[in-house]
Design a protein around this ligand. Sequence first.
Ligand SMILES: Cc1cc2nc3c(=O)[nH]c(=O)nc-3n(C[C@H](O)[C@H](O)[C@H](O)COP(=O)(O)O)c2cc1C
Length: 204
Amino acid sequence: MNNGKGMEGMVYDEAVKDVRTPANDVHPVFINRWSSRAFTNEAITKEQIYTLLEAAHYAPSANNFQPWRFVTATTPEEKALFQQFILPRNRVWADQAGAYILIASDTLRADGEPNGNHAFDTGAAWGMLAVQAKLLGLTTRAMGGFERAKAKELLQLAESIVPHIVVAVGVPGDEANLDESFQAVNKPTPRKSLEELVIAVPTN
Ligand SMILES: Cc1cc2nc3c(=O)[nH]c(=O)nc-3n(C[C@H](O)[C@H](O)[C@H](O)COP(=O)(O)O)c2cc1C
């Protein structure tokens, strides 16, 4: 039952309260995480990034193949390299992020055969990463809007590696500093009801 509090009596963040009203009790971190585009200009250290990767790489994967791969950008030089393949519409806000992580997966298993589960498993790792970031008081926003071929070339990724997203990571910042075109839409998103998502087992 939803009493406005999550498990362990922890309350939901003010920002999500009106738009996210879960019908079942879950840990508040799942409700409180959302992908703000507003960052301060504070740097994110490699140490912080490695805490995120630590969480991500404990995700479950088919046969424990662990197909996820990560490329991190924390220095100005590394970030400038990433900004060459992030699409301009994303750069409007993502240039202010403290760091980037490219999340990719190896499409091949160790024996050279295709791994049909690589994308599913790497998606699970991204979810864990986003939740760990929220637990550290950081904000993340995934970007599918980047040039994949250019990223592969500039980062010299092997043939079997498929880039999925670039994650912008940062310290949550003041929305007033966001480009005006994003201020109105920079809000926690709602979710469909579980009734719309759960497919009933046929009874006939
Ligand atoms: C695979 C993927 C690609 C995305 N690409 C972009 C993007 O290019 N630009 C952007 O601003 N947000 C992007 N997003 C963020 C989503 O729009 C956002 O996660 C979604 O609206 C749900 O909101 P929430 O994360 O705040 O709960 C992407 C998210 C995912 C998972």
